[in-house]
Ligand binder design. Structure first.
Ligand SMILES: Nc1ncnc2c1ncn2[C@@H]1O[C@H](COP(=O)(O)OP(=O)(O)OP(=O)(O)O)[C@@H](O)[C@H]1O
Ligand SMILES: [Mg+2]
Length: 252
C-alpha cells in the first residue's frame, strides 16, 4: 500500500495560489527529496501534509486514510502515522535527549508528563536503543538545548524511530548544519527508510546531496510539480534549470 498519496493538493494564502494541484506518491521504504527555489511552496506542502494548514482542495491519504476528511480522534490517530523532523518544530529544550525520545511514545500526552511519569523499563530501553541507532547513546541524559543542531535533529529522528509513525516528514532538516552534521542527519533519515521501512519525504536546498540520499526527487516551482525523477537522474543541469527563473518572468 502507498504510504503517502497526494492528489491535486491546492492551497492559496489570501487569494494567492501557493500550491497548484500537487501530486505526490511515496512508498514504504522510499526516500523522496523535495527541492525547488525559495517560495516554491515546499513548507506549505509540509504544513498541509500535517494539517497544520488545511488545503483548499485535493486528496491527502496516509495509508489510505484521507487526512483532509478526518476530525477529532480519527484525525489524531491518523496523525500518529506522521513523524516530524522540522527545522524549528522539534525538541523540548529542557528535557534530556532520552526524555525527548520518550515523548514520541506518548503522541497525545503533554510533554510535562514525560518528566513526572515513571516510564516502564521496556520503554526506556527502546528509547535508548533508538538513540544508539543515531549514534547518540552517550548523550541520552544531556539536555536538548545543550546539543548541537545536528545532534538535535538526530534526537528528533530517534523519536520518530521510537514512535509508531510510518511516514516521516522532514522540512529542511539540514538547513543550518555543517557538511559533516548534515550527512550524519541524512544518513539517519535514510536508515529510517532502508532499515525500518518508513516512507520519508524531505525538503532540501543542497541539491548536490540529493543523489546520494534520496530514491526520487520532486521539484516544485511556483506551487507546481515541475519534475519527478529517480534521484540519480537529477544532475547539475536539471538542478540549475529548476532554480533558474521561469521563462515567463525573465522575458517579462
Ligand atoms: N502564512 C502565510 N501567509 C501568507 N503567505 C504565506 C504564508 N506562508 C508562506 N506564504 C507564501 O507562500 C509561498 C510559499 O512559501 P513556502 O514557505 O511554502 O516556500 P518554500 O518553498 O518553503 O520556501 P523556502 O525554500 O524559502 O523555505 C511564498 O510566496 C510565501 O510568501
Ligand atoms: Mg520552506
Amino acid at each position: 500500500m502507498t504510504a503517502l498519496s497526494v492528489r491535486g493538493l491546492t492551497h492559496a494564502y489570501a487569494g494567492t495560489p501557493v500550491l497548484r494541484a500537487v501530486d505526490l506518491d511515496v512508498q514504504p521504504g522510499q526516500v523522496v527529496a523535495v527541492v525547488g527555489p525559495s517560495g516554491a511552496g515546499k513548507t506549505t506542502l509540509f504544513r498541509c501534509l500535517t494539517r497544520l494548514v488545511r488545503a483548499d482542495a485535493g486528496v491527502l491519504e496516509v495509508f489510505g486514510a484521507d487526512l483532509q476528511q478526518l476530525e477529532g480522534s480519527a484525525l489524531r490517530d491518523a496523525r500518529r502515522e506522521l513523524g516530524l523532523v522540522f527545522q524549528s518544530y522539534n525538541l523540548v529544550r529542557r528535557l534530556s535527549a532520552l526524555q525527548n525520545v520518550l515523548v514520541g511514545r506518548l503522541a497525545d500526552v503533554p510533554a510535562w508528563r514525560v518528566v513526572l511519569r515513571r516510564f516502564p523499563v521496556a520503554e526506556q530501553d527502546l528509547a535508548a536503543r533508538c538513540l544508539d541507532q543515531v549514534g547518540l547513546l552517550a548523550f541520552a541524559h544531556t539536555r536538548a538545548d545543550r546539543l548541537s543542531g545536528g545532534q538535535q535533529q538526530r534526537v528528533a529522528i530517534a523519536r520518530v524511530l521510537a514512535s509508531r509513525a510510518r511516514v516521516v516528514l522532514a522540512d529542511e532538516p539540514v538547513a543550518s548544519l555543517d557538511p559533516a552534521s548534515a550527512s550524519a542527519v541524512l544518513a539517519a533519515l535514510r536508515s529510517l527508510a532502508t532499515d525500518h521501512g518508513k516512507a520519508v519525504v524531505c525538503s532540501l536546498h543542497q541539491v548536490d546531496l540529493v543523489a546520494g540520499f534520496a530514491d526520487r526527487v520532486v521539484g516544485l516551482r511556483d506551487g507546481r510539480v515541475v519534475l519527478d525523477l529517480p534521484a540519480d537522474r537529477f544532475d547539475a543541469a536539471t538542478a540549475r534549470d529548476l532554480y533558474s527563473r521561469t521563462p515567463e518572468r525573465t522575458s517579462a
